[in-house]
Design a protein around this ligand. Structure first.
Ligand code: AMP
Length: 526
């Protein structure tokens, strides 16, 4: 088999995950799991520290053994407490990168066992929400490394969706990708020109997705149960009640995408209630969440307009939750468009597979041209894909205890590099302090200097100065974002490079990654 096809795209979703490959006919195809499904619930059940069940069966264990079952782990990526091994709430103190690694391992194991791949799956591209910052991207990459994979790249989910869409259009178009998944929401405006994909603007909400719709419906069903039985339970009454209702709500929500009315039968502690839910009722219960997505979409459109993109040619709906009819109806009404579905469950993994194949092809071609390899890769039958991305976050450094000066703004084209210089304040100053912060500010005109309390400090370090410099010596700090949106920082005094390593809390060292990989490799995964 041609090596440029031995690479895979993985959509590591909050609620469902999916793995795809480009086949020998240059078609992106999803590899089914052991259960025969194209997507696998991102649920992990720990039968013991080294006996782990991932997928549909694990999701079913949620009401039965909630303490040993983990769902929505992607929402914990980037949260320091969740990575604290001593105090985190996860079974056997696994951290979110390790739990994500179990999900990746299950996808890869099933694809290895069931597919016709001559070699074990190794090289992958993993997707993440456009909204993820440096820390979350690094942790996602590390989840892949812990799973024993070689992560060729981390790319944004909407970019991957646009890649799979881009191959279906040969006209130059500006498209808006509205991506409502299980736990995250992204809006991205992209210019597509055959295989060339250029991201113009991106935004969204890391904590908004289908599960919020489920929760509102579960709360409604519980209110009916309470009024019929004279009880006053809340969802937090017991994990059994909560997860039974949430799973039921998710099922009814999906049915409501196809039917106007559904019925649920709720049973708890010997009592029961029949609940009737119409689509209109469901839509009114969840209207607030829908409006939050519309607000975020408007904001991203404004940013694209500031960059001169005044016309959106197409609105594309992706992510499982975009199947709710309320989404298309509201988007079409708000923006006067006829939005289209683009293979909502599979397009992200497929786009990642196409990206992976292109990356592998480019590498193989480079090796051939540089004489490193004797084999010229077989030509691709599709347009070659090129991607130009933007950063979703703003990065800056402190100017005093209260204020941060932003150097790189969200929606700047990647890769990018900015250097800022400040002066030492005293003769023979012994050290300089550097703080690196990340934030969601978007406006270079009004947000150049912002309050530190609205920024997330990625790293704070006091750097000793090795020589005696006079007052007013320039210290230059360079922020560099690579094409994946991962930040590197360098500091110089004159020609002396200061020893500043951007080691972000919650991001593992190589040694820690190896340790996690070893622990996880001992587990049996079903
Ligand atoms: P994703 O992360 O893109 O796989 O999206 C998963 C989310 O889509 C979950 O919250 C699912 O409940 C939701 N979903 C999947 N199918 C449907 C459907 N037919 N109607 C409504 N929501 C759905």
């Amino acid at each position: 088999m041609d090596n440029t096809r031995a690479v895979y795209g993985i959509d590591l979703g909050t609620t469902y995950s999916c793995i795809a490959q480009v086949d020998k006919f240059d078609q992106a195809v999803v590899l089914r799991n052991f259960e025969g499904d194209s997507t696998t619930p991102s649920a992990v059940f720990f039968e013991g520290p080294d006996r782990v069940v991932v997928g549909k069966e694990a999701k079913g264990m949620l009401p039965v053994e909630p303490d040993n079952t983990v769902v929505f782990v992607k929402r914990e990526i980037g949260i320091d407490e969740a990575f604290d091994k001593a105090t985190n709430k996860f079974p056997y103190h696994y951290d979110p990168a390790e739990i994500s690694a179990f999900i990746l391992k299950k996808l890869v194991k099933d694809a290895n066992d069931l597919g016709d791949n001559p070699e074990e799956i190794k090289d992958v591209v993993i997707t993440c929400p456009a909204y993820f910052g440096t820390k979350e991207r690094m942790q996602t990459k590390q989840a892949g490394e812990i799973a024993g994979l070689n992560v060729l790249a981390i790319i944004n989910e909407p970019t991957a969706a646009a890649i799979s869409y881009g191959l279906k259009t040969d006209q130059k178009k500006t498209i808006l990708v509205y991506d409502l998944g299980g736990g995250t929401f992204d809006v991205t405006i992209i210019n597509v020109n055959g295989g060339a994909i250029k991201v113009i603007a991106t935004g969204g909400d890391h904590h908004l997705g289908g599960v919020d719709w489920d929760t509102l419906l579960a709360e409604y069903m519980l209110s009916v149960f309470n009024s019929e039985n004279g009880t006053s339970y809340t969802l937090d009454e017991s994990p059994e009640l909560k997860y039974t209702l949430l799973l039921e709500a998710e099922m009814k929500k999906k049915q409501l995408s196809a039917k106007e009315k559904v019925r649920a039968n709720i049973q708890f502690q010997g009592m029961q209630a029949r609940v009737e839910i119409t689509r209109d009722l469901f839509d009114s219960l969840t209207e607030g969440r829908l409006e939050e997505t519309v607000d975020a979409t408007r904001k991203v459109i404004e940013i694209a307009q500031q960059k001169g993109y005044n016309n959106i040619d197409e609105y594309i709906l992706v992510g499982g939750s975009s199947r709710m009819p309320q989404i298309k109806a509201r988007i079409d009404r708000e923006f006067g468009c006829d939005s289209k579905y683009n293979d909502p469950d599979e397009c992200v993994a497929k786009g990642a597979a196409i990206y992976a194949m292109n990356a592998a092809y480019n590498q193989a071609m480079q090796d051939y041209e540089e004489g490193e390899s004797d084999t010229r890769p077989a030509p691709l039958r599709t347009d070659r894909t090129t991607v130009v991305n933007v950063t979703s976050k703003t990065y800056g450094t402190d100017v005093n205890t209260d204020d941060v000066a932003n150097l790189i703004f969200a929606n700047t084209t990647l890769p990018c590099k900015v250097t800022d210089t400040f002066l030492t304040m005293y003769d023979n100053q012994s050290a300089v302090a550097i703080k690196v912060s990340e934030s969601d500010f978007t406006n270079p005109e009004t947000d150049r200097i912002v309050k530190a309390k609205f920024c997330n400090i990625l790293k704070e370090e006091v750097l000793p100065l090795t020589k005696n410099w006079p007052k007013g010596t320039p210290v230059s700090v360079t922020f560099e974002l690579d094409h994946e949106g991962i930040l590197k920082v360098y500091a110089y005094v004159d020609k002396d490079k200061l020893n500043f390593e951007l080691q972000i809390t919650g991001v593992k060292s190589q040694e820690e990654i190896s340790k996690s990989r070893e622990i996880i490799s001992k587990a049996v995964i079903e």
